[in-house]
Design a protein around this ligand. Sequence first.
Ligand code: TRP
Ligand code: SF4
Length: 328
Amino acid sequence: MRIVSGMRPTGRLHLGHLIGTLHNWRRLQERADCFFFVADWHALTTDYDRSEGVAANVLEMVIDWLAAGIDPARATIFVQSALPEHAELHLLLSMITPVGWLERVPTYKEMQQQLEDRDLSTYGFLGYPVLQAADILMYRATGVPVGADQVPHVELTREIARRFNHLFGDTFVEPQALLTEMPRVPGLDGRKMSKSYGNAVYLADSAAEVKSKLSRMMTDPRRARRHDPGDPDDCPAYNLHRVYCTPEELAYTAHGCRTAGIGCLECKQIMIARAEEELAPIRERRARLAEHLDDVRDLLAGGTARARAAAAEMMTVVRERVGLRGGV
Ligand code: TRP
Ligand code: SF4
């Protein structure tokens, strides 16, 4: 099994990334040949007018990956812009991709509406699913772990692969989207955890920050007073209990909630202590890595070399199939 997945460098990662994505990547690297990369060109499709920010976020994000247990000895970790092969494959795939396919991708119109402060009527933004197809097809991925919003992109990747194979001969593998049911990770206010909502707990947050943020996290509003019973199913904080607590702790807190036997703070403290068991070592590794950026760059160079070998091999085949030889 060959796995490819990318993440845009949006800045420091939070619990939503850790639980929603990195836990899954960590599991996958145990049993599959994984390529995980920083999709910095993808970030440029929306943030082309703030490219310094994109660049600054790249190492920051790789540090978070490594601290969270993404293991460069098992997975190939690299940065997209270090491999111009992706751009070349993107160009060749763009030749055979009908514009209508791209206009029909749901995220195209959605993101244009959501990010209305930016001009996204660009060629690059329309074509970014083709770039994503290049990322995936380059490494003959069989599986692409993504969130539900990205499934249409993997579908499109399959269609592009099929069309290329039809036109130029069997070259690419059609990948499957790996839709893991990711636990829902709400932010402190109950909405989706997101940097832009200011409701996130970061991997870089200190123990005190984590504690104070999670202590203030929204709970079932029915528990306005201590003696009002509540329902864990209506409590945003309890989603984190489900990730971190033991079955006994889950039973104890759920019962305590429904009978008003415990207060919300006591209930959350049990979860905070468990979450901290994962976060403390991540925080320590993170701090150590941040002081040894050259080591991080070395790890990336190793991953880039591995990715380059695979990409170069694929591009030799692709160029052969397309048949342009630079005039020779
Ligand atoms: N488009 C993805 C996102 O916005 C990131 C991404 C780029 C990706 N290339 C990929 C994901 C290839 C999986 C496979 O989150
Ligand atoms: Fe949520 Fe626990 Fe409070 Fe119930 S007692 S509302 S589960 S924090």
